[in-house]
Design a protein around this ligand. Sequence first.
Ligand code: PBG
Length: 327
Amino acid sequence: MTNPVIRPRRLRTSGALRRLASEIRVHPAELVLPIFVREGDEQRPISSMPGVVQHSIDSARRAVVQAAEAGIGGIMLFGVPSRRDATGTGATDPNGILNLATRALASEIGDALVVQTDLCLDEFTDHGHCGVLATDGHVDNDATLERYRDMALAQASAGSALLGLSGMMDGQVAAVRETLDANGFEDTAVLAYSAKYASAFYGPFREAVASTLVGDRRTYQLDPANRREGVREAQLDIDEGADIVMVKPAGSYLDVLAEVAAMSNIPVWAYQVSGEYAMIEAAAAQGWIDRRRAVEESVLSIRRAGADAVLTYWAVELATWLKEEQA
Ligand code: PBG
């Protein structure tokens, strides 16, 4: 028995060597912070997402300035309306909370970061689905596309630079792209939530947007069993004119992310969702894991799997740590 000739441990012997041999790193500019904005003057905590709040427009303004100072790349806005109806009229009302917040924050922040909006009806419908319902109760794909077209115009007019299409309706990218182009918004970009799975990890998000969904989204979001189908959805969105494709959730779908990243010729992003956040926060609060290391490792893993940028509720805190480590 001879001693090993090949010793991979050599490059792990010092911090300086490990840093130099590191294959990838996370940079603040590739982090996006999701932000919830509610109607009313006061911000409210979200109990299942400790540290995350439903902002008022005023407190969101402060959060966005802080995010820009931390050097992150963008924010993704979600509206929490006080009234909802069957077709989600609040989503297309120029004075609906999401459009109001977009206008306020986009003018506040200028070019310091990218203001993006969630384009989906579930926050605005009283049944909580991502689309409008046909008389038999199923989510009507093509009628929903008409609502998404109007929503796209409302958001682009309000100053959103990047529309996050998260509804998982067939043909949504093509429909929104066509409407934007026909109305002078050729430069408004589309982020397609292409491989969005019907996931239990969106649980805390329901509380975050006070959604009233009864039932589930399995007739439009992907079956967690399907990898090939996720890749196909991303390809379809690229063909329909998406500027960026996304995989969501991130942590449990790193295989899908890696495969989409391997085939895509446009940027690929991933969304570390509310349940992924809640799990680490809950375990850390119990003292069962090292919070900072778990957060850093989870986001690093998403980057390693192939994401060019990551939506994460830790974006600002993580950016602050990264700066600290650099200094
Ligand atoms: C749809 C949307 C959802 C999330 C982002 N956009 C909810 C859903 O599809 O059920 C979930 C994000 C998260 O859980 O952090 N508007």
